[in-house]
Design a protein around this ligand. Structure first.
Ligand code: FAD
Length: 470
């Protein structure tokens, strides 16, 4: 098929292994790469500030790479249908290609959009690009969705087959007439007052940055991943999450890099790492089958859980957000998040348990804060992670498993290096005491708060609340 095709980039900001781009280019002479900022259509989950920062830089990197291949990114803002029609009218395109998304509002909009674009004479092609298995593919023998990770992961290993790779195009041809485009700056994704220094130091958004993170991880850490993945004081994980979130690298590319033959990887570190990628798949599987997961507890009993009231917990929530609870592991995690837009998985569990159990604050408050501050904020993973830790998901840590942040610190940050890095007030404290909350005297000496809650008493209060709904 000749003619021009629009490639609509969304959560797939890469050139390599991009099925929409690959198929558009194979079937048409010319392509128009497009990004449309249409988040106003989904106000309840509009991108948070850290994600917007990432998106700005990722779009800039994508545009640069497209220009190196002879085309450019057409940037637009507003209603997707109106913008796609405008771009079609200007470029003479006859088809639109995109890669699928899986959150309920996005799915509904894509369905409707497909119909309306077809009515207006465009052919529409949607492709699978983000996951190893489409969320509806793996089902239990009784044809119901999986609700527990371990059997899901076993099933995935039994059915293991990687999608075919899509090579990166070396050269692309653009339309003879380019549609008008906004500058990326005009999307206003960067904050008015620049607080992003820590993000700039920590990250390199875009496809080349994603590849470098993967290469570094494969070279230095993957073999010991199963030993080191729980240690926030070591660089034991891949830090690929924001790159995967924005589709700067596909999970299939990661799986192929683990085992180039395309089979299941050899070696414990590699296989455990793949199982974490499978957690991402599982989160999408749950989001697809339980679309209200971002808002509502999947365990119905928790819909009447006696959380504290907002006017009562406001001060504690602010202390948690600011990393000033007086519980060193919690504060270190929350400060890392604020500074870099990322937090180690072990810390995500510790701070989420502390918020929902010790402070008895609804998990949705924590999920919202993460949504705004994480560079990897992802509706499936974030909602699943919060429901898992709060004990209210389908495959959740039992509610009575309350993480003790002091013991967690002693176990996973045994020398206290992680806490010392993010809580400099505590840098002179020895390893044996660094994870313990301070006495009032120590607190005034060191300028670090006493604990905002008694860990043992608040644990008991949480368990009593839980028994009330069982
Ligand atoms: P690695 O350990 O190197 O893992 C590789 C990849 O596997 C990750 O990049 C991620 O895509 C996936 N992965 C790893 N662990 C998990 C997991 N538990 N669940 C789902 N996928 C996983 N992850 C996000 O990507 N976005 C979020 O918004 C998010 N919110 C979370 C909230 C809570 C309360 C919790 C407990 C976890 C959350 N996670 C989220 C999952 C996990 O913490 C991060 O994916 C991980 O810390 C990212 O670091 P990494 O890339 O170095 O991970």
């Amino acid at each position: 098929m000749a003619g021009t095709a629009i490639v609509w980039f969304r959560n797939d900001l890469r050139l390599a292994d991009n099925p929409a781009l690959h198929h558009a280019r194979s079937a048409h002479d010319r392509v128009v790469p497009v990004f449309i900022e249409d988040s106003a259509a989904e106000p309840e989950w509009a991108r948070g500030a850290a994600s917007r920062w990432w998106l700005h830089h990722s779009l800039t990197a994508l545009d640069q790479r497209l220009r190196q291949r002879g085309v450019r990114l057409v940037v637009a803002r507003g209603d997707a249908e109106a913008e796609l029609i405008r771009i079609r009218n200007a470029s003479g395109a006859c088809a639109v290609y995109w890669n699928r998304r899986y959150e309920a509002p996005g799915v509904a909009r894509d369905r409707q959009l497909k119909k309306r674009l077809q009515e207006r004479g465009l052919t529409v092609h949607s492709h699978a690009a983000s996951l190893l298995f489409e969320p509806w593919c793996l089902r239990k023998d009784d044809d119901t969705p999986y609700r527990v990770f371990t059997p899901y992961w076993r099933r995935m290993q039994r059915e293991w087959r990687l999608p075919d790779p899509h090579p990166e195009p070396r050269r692309l041809n653009g339309p003879s007439r380019w549609p008008a485009s906004l500058d990326i700056d005009a999307l206003g994704l960067l904050p008015a007052i620049d607080w992003t220094d820590g993000l700039r130091q920590a990250w390199n958004p875009g496809e080349p940055g994603a590849r470098r993170s993967l290469e570094r991880f494969l070279g230095l850490a993957v073999a010991d991943y199963h030993h080191c993945r729980d240690r926030p004081d070591r660089a034991g994980t891949s830090r690929l999450s924001p790159h995967l979130r924005f589709g700067e690298i596909s999970s299939a590319q990661v799986a192929r890099a683990l085992q180039p033959s395309g089979e299941l990887p050899d070696g414990k570190g590699r296989l455990v790492f793949l199982s974490e990628i499978a957690w991402r798949e599982f989160s999408y599987h749950l989001l697809w089958h339980f679309p209200d997961m971002p808002e509502r507890a999947l365990d119905h009993r928790f819909r009447s859980f006696p959380w504290r009231r907002a006017d009562d917990y406001r001060g504690d929530l602010e202390a948690w957000q600011a990393g000033m609870t007086g519980v060193p592991m919690v504060d270190a995690g929350m400060r890392e998040l604020w500074a870099t837009g990322w937090m180690h998985n072990r810390l995500r569990m510790i701070v989420a348990s502390f918020l929902t159990k010790n402070l008895l604050i609804p998990w949705q408050e924590g999920a919202r804060w993460f949504w705004d501050t994480l560079v990897d904020a992802d509706l499936a993973n974030n909602s699943q992670g919060w429901q898992w830790t709060a004990g209210c998901g389908v495959d959740a840590a039992p509610y009575f498993r309350v993480f003790n942040p002091v013991l967690q610190g002693q176990r996973f940050d045994p020398d206290g290096d992680y806490v010392r890095c993010w809580c400099p007030e505590l840098k002179e404290r020895g390893s044996e005491r660094i994870h313990r909350p301070l006495s009032a005297r120590e607190s005034s000496q060191l300028g670090y708060p006493t604990a905002c809650v008694d860990l043992a008493a608040s644990r008991k209060r949480a368990l009593a609340a839980w028994q009330g709904i069982c």
